[in-house]
Write a protein that binds this ligand. Structure first.
Ligand code: TMP
Length: 396
């Protein structure tokens, strides 16, 4: 049985930055709720948004724009190459090719439903199927290129609404000795950090190792290693293979034990998390309102999907946040989804007139504080993770 444990209210598509008043009037909205499946232990959204509304030609998130993500994927590629030496590689959800470009063009292919990115990586010379991942596509890839030794997916599996279809397709295309490696935000980290802003339309599921083990086992796949990784506010990298082809490492049990200790097998942990989110909302709006009352100028740093959830859940508008600064050209000079806060480039908006900046991109705190030393001489960042506070000259 699925139990609803959280309600984040009406929400827009997290990455749907709006160009004009006309777009604002026709903005798509849905009811963002979260459920726990008592049987599989999977945490999923109560309502899914049609994938084509989220992943299309105008998808704006470019992984390569951040130094943190470029080095993260470079390191991941080097590690996988040196340990497993795959003869052929398939990446599902290749975005702008940030991982792909570390592998040979002839033996690597990709699947990417966002046309702007599929075009880019095809032009780079990597065969990219501009499609959603499916069993039909898996059959085509087997026909054209054979089964694959390494299947890699970063921040993509959690986007796939029908996991059974996706895993069936993966179990077909994986070679006998092949490995399937995927990384997504970690449910354990989300619960520990109270980072409810991991919840938005694209994240159809937030994975625990417990739930993944239940699901992968249904398709005769074993999880043989789990790594904790720091990106995206705390993620897990899962290594899977055909049942019985590799020995299961201790990291798998270690993670299962940690999750059990945190109560992730039981709905009570999630109900407690929802209550903490409500408190965080009151504290954040309280802090911003007080700073505004004292006459300070507050902006937001990073027009992230996460901040779409925060602003719409907390009903934070231009009454509190003057504008958002973001380095992504496709987000600039537009309005943020739902609450319609203007987005500008940091060159235009991040100057000495800013007193406080809410860290919408809190998961890049280190990179941003490094870069914004000048701002920190007079201004301060505000974060809500793991609790609402002004970062008082803390050295990240
Ligand atoms: P993400 O949390 O989904 O990775 O999105 C990060 C967003 O933050 C993306 O729009 C780029 C933006 N950003 C900045 O504007 N400045 C920065 O220094 C960094 C690291 C990210």
């Amino acid at each position: 049985m699925k139990v609803k444990f959280m309600d984040l209210g009406r929400q827009p598509i997290a990455n749907n930055f709006l160009e004009s008043r006309e777009n604002i009037d026709n903005e798509y909205q849905f009811h963002l709720t979260v459920c726990f499946d008592e049987k599989t232990k999977l945490v999923s959204l109560g309502e899914f948004v049609p994938p084509k509304l989220m992943f299309n030609d105008s998808y704006v998130y470019h992984a390569s724009l951040s130094r943190t993500m470029r080095s993260h994927f470079g390191r991941a590629a080097r590690l996988l190459r040196s340990e497993f030496n795959p003869a052929c590689v398939l990446e599902i959800g290749s975005n702008d090719g940030v991982f792909l470009r570390h592998f040979a063009k002839e033996t690597t292919c990709a699947v990417e439903p966002c046309g702007n990115f599929a075009k880019l990586t095809n032009e780079l010379g990597y065969k990219t199927y501009e499609r959603f991942w499916s069993e039909k596509l898996a059959d085509e890839i087997i026909e054209e290129r054979g089964r694959q030794d390494l299947i890699y997916a970063a921040n993509c599996m959690c986007h796939i609404q029908n996991l059974h279809d996706a895993l069936l397709a993966i179990s077909k295309v994986l070679s006998d000795e092949g490995i399937f490696v995927f990384e997504d935000p970690s449910l354990l980290k989300m619960i520990e950090r109270g980072s409810y802003d991991q919840i938005y339309d694209e994240h159809a599921h937030i994975f625990s190792v417990t739930a993944l083990q239940n699901l992968l086992n249904m398709w005769d796949l074993d999880i043989f290693r789990v790594q904790e990784i720091s990106v995206h506010g705390g993620s897990s990298r899962i290594f899977a293979c055909r049942k019985g082809t590799r020995s299961i490492e201790t990291s798998v049990d270690d993670h299962l034990v940690k999750e059990h200790a945190a109560g992730l097998h039981n709905v009570a942990a999630y109900q407690n998390f929802a209550e903490r989110a409500e408190q965080s909302k009151n504290q954040l709006t309280g802090l911003l309102t007080e700073l505004k009352r004292r006459g300070y100028k507050i902006v937001s740093y990073g027009a992230t999907s996460k901040s779409t959830t925060v602003f719409n859940y907390c009903k934070i508008t231009t009454e509190l946040i003057d504008y958002i600064v973001d380095i992504t050209p496709d987000k600039q000079n537009k309005f943020s989804p739902g609450v319609h806060i203007p987005v500008v480039s940091p060159e235009v908006g991040f100057d000495e007139t800013v007193d406080y900046a809410f860290l919408g991109a809190w998961n890049y705190e280190r990179e941003i504080c490094d870069k914004e030393r000048k701002f920190l001489e007079t201004g301060r960042f505000i974060t809500h993770v793991p609790y609402v506070r002004i970062l008082e000259g803390e050295n990240p």
